[in-house]
Write a new protein. Structure first.
Length: 187
């Protein structure tokens, strides 16, 4: 992603949130005005923080729409639809910091022979993870490793997020996919 496009996407996310919080209207763009990179189908997450605390984070794991549209949709969802937080209000906007994560395609991990192998792999790679079991699923972006640097803690918290027992990963019966992100945020 070029520095110019990163800056554009951060501005797009902010303008989208500002416009909706001000008059409940959704920003619309003419695709003819956008460069090719912004029209590529990409999966994204938009994360909002306020005073270094999470304020909203929504995204998708599969690329289904153009990058610019994914940013518009996930900016709105992060600001106004994240069930963990009340909707962002107009007065908060100056205190919000926006971070964008553009995801690589998911790569399903081959089964591991034991938990030691799994933990060693995660310790070395520190990827974003998606876990699935019995219709339940959850993901953590790679940035979460900063808060949960130990693979056991990372997996336990991810299991809890999915609604599974925290030690479920020890059974080696989860479907695990990994991904990388290109992340950038407002200064």
């Amino acid at each position: 992603m070029t520095p110019k496009n990163k800056k554009y996407l951060l501005q797009l996310a902010r303008k989208t949130i500002e416009k909706y919080s001000f008059n409940k209207s959704v920003l619309e763009l003419d695709e003819d005005d956008l460069n090719k990179e912004l029209l590529e189908k990409k999966a994204t997450f938009v994360t909002l923080t306020k005073n270094n605390e999470l304020r909203g984070c929504i995204g998708e794991l599969e690329a289904r729409k153009p990058l610019y549209q994914s940013i518009i949709d996930n900016s709105l969802a992060s600001a106004f639809l994240d069930p963990r937080f009340p909707p962002v209000n107009y007065e908060e906007l100056n205190n919000l910091q926006i971070e964008i994560s553009i995801l690589s395609p998911l790569k399903k991990l081959a089964p591991f022979n034991n938990t030691r192998e799994l933990l060693q792999y995660l310790q070395e790679k520190k990827p974003g993870l998606l876990i699935k079991k019995d219709g339940l699923q959850a993901t953590f972006l790679p940035q979460v490793w900063k808060e949960l640097p130990e693979p056991q803690d990372f997996l336990s918290q991810l299991c809890l997020k999915a609604g599974l027992p925290p030690n479920q990963w020890q059974n080696l019966d989860l479907e695990i996919s990994e991904y990388q992100v290109e992340e950038f945020k407002e200064e």
